[in-house]
Design a protein around this ligand. Structure first.
Ligand SMILES: Cc1cc2nc3c(=O)[nH]c(=O)nc-3n(C[C@H](O)[C@H](O)[C@H](O)COP(=O)(O)OP(=O)(O)OC[C@H]3O[C@@H](n4cnc5c(N)ncnc54)[C@H](O)[C@@H]3O)c2cc1C
Length: 159
């Protein structure tokens, strides 16, 4: 690198916004990047997309032979409950301006949030095994404890 010469201008991005779109309506539903944008710091895009796809598939199956739009009504709220904690914590970290101790706590809280989200949904529905040592998903605000945050400190912007 010492001998390298820059051949063009350096291009970067900053202040990438975190937002959620409305994720379902009459005759349509969104998953993955289409519904939720966030800073790539914690590299959550693929996992969130898979989680959303699995969740949406459950709702679609429930309404397949009946009223699909009606069946999808619960999907947006459940998707938000699953994604919001980690989105909030990722957003905090992406500012790169937390004092070291708080950043450490925030990363730990993010790990807790991820552990709560992923193994949980399938086992809660009894469709597949949960991972050993992983707690079932529950959105009880415990992810916020290390930060001293209260639920509702962070709101979602509809875009
Ligand atoms: C450079 C980069 C690095 C990344 N690194 C990571 C990482 O390390 N870890 C991580 O978790 N995430 C990472 N991500 C984010 C991750 O790739 C996305 O969050 C994830 O792929 C979203 O999945 P998705 O299914 O929502 O969308 P996509 O994977 O984008 O899939 C959408 C698909 O729809 C197709 N499509 C678009 N329009 C149409 C159309 N009109 N008709 C038919 N098909 C269409 C596209 O071609 C594409 O194949 C990275 C993203 C980028 C850009």
């Amino acid at each position: 690198m010492a001998a390298a010469a820059r051949s063009g201008r350096v291009v970067g991005v900053r202040d990438l916004p975190t937002y959620f779109r409305q994720s379902a309506g009459a005759g349509w539903a969104l998953v993955g990047d289409a519904v939720h944008h966030k800073d790539p710091l914690a590299a959550r895009g693929i996992a969130d997309a898979l989680l959303g796809a699995e969740l949406l598939a459950d709702y679609v199956l429930r309404g397949w032979d009946n009223d699909l739009d009606e069946a999808l009504r619960g999907y947006p709220a459940e998707l938000m409950r699953a994604l919001q904690p980690a989105a909030f914590l990722n957003d905090q970290l992406a500012g790169l301006d937390l004092p070291a101790e708080q950043a450490r706590g925030t990363w730990q809280a993010l790990q807790m949030a991820e552990r709560q989200i992923y193994p949980a949904r399938p086992s809660a529905r009894g469709r597949s095994r949960s991972l050993p040592g992983c707690a079932p998903y529950r959105h009880d605000g415990s992810w916020a404890v290390p930060l001293g945050l209260r639920r509702g400190d962070w709101s979602v912007t509809a875009v």
